[in-house]
Design a protein around this ligand. Structure first.
Ligand code: APR
Length: 232
């Protein structure tokens, strides 16, 4: 089976009712990013940050994968699929995708404030634990923080993502403005011989100078078209 590597961003989950970040009215219009998604913001006001992610988790309980997520999962019948997502929701997993690499962390997990990437302290929350409080502690005694990669922090999963990108026969990008590195640079690791597709209702500038087959549609419709192109 061919290796199909799919890089997804917030647009993948837009049709499930989760706001994107940089579209008009997106999350970064509603909340100052430096307050809720940086280590400095967390140090200045941990409660604000914890509450912000509590609200994101609460929303997760009310949303479902969309048809686009379902088609991504269905393609495992025909391809060796790896999903590399910038999204912190779990909708790819809910739709049945079996290999999902989360570059920017996962809403359903929490970790130590002191050593956020130490696997010893990363904990999966049950839905009834989704509301984290000030004073809830990690196993090292520090405040439990969201298992989210904030701006300015390292992206430990990028190495694994690069390894899969390097083995792609087909690389598909869905619903990301490609503004945030290192995720946006993954295309540079994709072999020249691989075919590259992009699904997004807007035009997304790509700097790599390589041929990209653009499907200018939303995730669900775009995935239908992608499936038709590949499988007829
Ligand atoms: N289907 C597909 N794509 C869509 C849809 C849709 N229905 N609706 C919007 N989009 C596209 C937008 O056109 C845009 O190109 O999704 C993209 C969303 O871009 P961003 O809001 O910038 O989200 P993303 O690229 O995932 O952001 C990257 O930045 O804020 C951080 O850590 C956060 O993971 C996030 C990262």
């Amino acid at each position: 089976m061919k290796n199909l590597v799919i890089l997804t961003g917030a647009g993948m989950s837009a049709e499930s009712g989760i706001s994107t970040f940089r579209d008009a009215g997106g999350l970064w219009d509603q909340y100052p990013v430096e307050q809720v998604a940086t280590p400095e913001g967390y140090a200045a006001n941990p409660k604000l940050v914890i509450d912000f992610y509590n609200a994101r988790r609460k929303q997760l309980l009310t949303v479902k994968p969309n048809h686009g997520h379902e088609l991504v999962a269905e393609l495992e019948k025909y391809f060796n699929v790896t999903v590399i997502t910038q999204n912190v929701d779990n909708l790819h997993e809910c739709a049945g995708s079996s290999r999902v690499i989360h570059l920017h962390g996962e809403l359903t997990k929490v970790t130590s404030s002191r050593q956020p990437n130490n696997p010893k302290y990363i904990k999966e929350l049950k839905p009834e634990e989704f509301e984290v409080k000030m004073g809830d502690l990690a196993a090292d005694g520090s405040q439990l923080r969201p298992f989210i990669v904030w701006f300015g922090e390292s992206v430990p999963m990028i190495e694994t993502a690069m390894e899969y990108a390097e083995k792609a026969d087909i690389f598909l990008i869905i619903g990301t403005s490609l503004n945030v590195y290192p995720a946006a640079g993954l295309l540079n690791y994709v072999p020249r011989a691989a075919s590259v597709y992009l699904i997004d209702p807007k035009q997304v500038p790509i700097a790599s100078g390589r041929e990209v087959h653009v499907i200018q549609k939303g995730a669900s419709e775009g995935m239908e078209e992608f499936k038709k192109i590949l499988l007829g």
